[in-house]
Design a protein around this ligand. Structure first.
Ligand SMILES: Cc1ncc(COP(=O)(O)O)c(C=O)c1O
Length: 389
């Protein structure tokens, strides 16, 4: 995958341009909206498809003091990157039995613990390590996914404090995650906040002195100041995508989409009316027309569910995917226009050149824009743009 900071010199079949200047500007905008809170740049899943390491570096340049990942492998890769300063904190929250605990302790990663099994494995590994593990205890305040249930919290807190007294770990954080922060007014928001305050207060009464307490993802960072506590953890907003169309557009929040996905037309040809197009012939040309072949498909992460519905900008006009999206390619009906082979087809981008957005593709595919950008696969080269802000 390309990590160059310039435009490609040779034409590419397809490309995902990643505008790092936009990412930095988004981080600054989000920081201005969350004064008083530290900023964790969430770069899991290869930075939602944008490239974990370049995005982590850009976010740090714009003031992120923390980087967040799901898997330990992702966290270790961030820590191993020479462009990430040693004083930037790296946190990781999705662990399974076997760790790698010791590698994470040695790499100074903040390790999330949601249950007793993990605390036991972690403390075992910490006994042979040269430094105490950094541990963040995760509370399930209502998401019902990862995190410790309120009934089990006293035991987890007590055990963590015992291990801390032994010098095996330091509890650096208390944290949780929202279920419905993207639905303003949802009753679970206030309920989760209240329970989070209670679970934090309990742990503090027992003697935990966390550096950071945190629960806010992008929608909470954008719309719920009472949820910011000591640190916010935005992912999708950093990439310039709104967490949900109901909350607003990226522009409503001063954010700019970072990824533009485009391809070079592989073929333009005339066909008669009544011609079936792509597998299953779900599109039949209504009359004599031209077809353009876009060399991207579900093998690149373009969702097959968007067959027949998603928009593509070709030669200044919105065209609709004609028929099925196949593994490597799909077709657009160009209505008689004859762009040259190699002409640019833009699937989505910021929208200000008239192109569709990831949100348009999400609506066409019946999913969320998170999935649209994150699923763009490794076969599509990332081209990093880093022009002035
Ligand atoms: C624990 C945790 N925190 C923060 C985030 C960032 O969420 P968002 O992309 O909605 O900002 C995620 C992503 O789902 C997450 O799993």
């Amino acid at each position: 995958m390309s990590e160059t900071a310039s435009r490609p010199t040779a034409p590419l079949r397809a490309r995902a341009e990643i505008d790092l200047a936009a990412l930095r500007a988004n981080v600054r905008t989000l920081r201005a909206r969350t004064p008083g809170a530290a900023f964790m740049a969430v770069v899991k899943a290869d930075a939602y498809g944008h490239g974990a390491l370049p995005c982590a570096r850009a976010a740090i340049e714009a003031g992120a003091g923390w980087v967040g990942t799901a898997t330990p492998e992702e966290a270790l890769a961030v820590r191993a990157d020479a462009g990430v300063p040693a004083d930037v904190r790296v946190m990781c929250w999705l662990w399974t039995p076997g760790g790698p605990w010791r590698e994470a302790i040695d790499a100074d990663i903040d390790i999330s613990v949601s249950g007793m099994w993990a605390l036991r494995e972690l403390t075992d590994a910490a006994r042979t390590a040269a430094r105490p593990a950094r541990v963040q205890l995760k509370a399930d305040t209502g998401l019902g996914r990862n995190g410790c249930q309120p009934d089990d919290w006293p035991e987890l807190v007590a055990e963590a404090l015992r291990a801390q007294a032994e010098g095996l770990l330091t509890v650096t954080g208390l944290w949780s995650h929202f279920a419905c922060a993207d639905e303003p007014g949802h009753p679970s928001i206030a309920a989760q906040l209240a329970l989070f305050r209670e679970m934090v207060a309990y742990a503090e009464q027992q003697g935990v002195r966390p550096e950071v307490r945190h629960i806010a993802n992008s929608p909470a960072a954008l719309t719920l100041p009472e949820s910011h506590f000591d640190l916010v953890r935005p992912g999708i907003a950093m990439y310039g995508v709104s967490p949900s169309p109901e909350l607003g557009t990226p522009a409503d929040f001063g954010l700019r989409p970072v990824m533009t996905l485009s391809a070079s037309l592989a073929l333009v040809k005339h066909v008669p009316g009544g011609h079936g197009v792509s597998y299953g012939h779900h599109y039949v040309t209504p009359g004599e027309t031209t077809l353009g072949l876009v060399p991207l498909g579900y093998g690149d992460g373009v969702p097959r569910h968007a067959s027949g519905t998603a928009p593509v900008l070709v030669d200044g006009k919105w065209r609709t995917v004609a028929g099925r999206i196949a593994m490597d390619q799909f077709v657009v009906d160009l209505g008689g226009d004859e762009p040259e082979p190699g002409a640019e087809a833009v699937l989505f981008g910021p929208g200000d050149r008239g192109e569709p957005t990831a949100e348009d593709w999400a609506q066409a595919a019946g999913t969320i824009a998170y999935e649209i950008v994150t699923r763009i696969g490794s076969r599509v080269p990332r081209v990093y743009l880093d022009e002035g802000e």
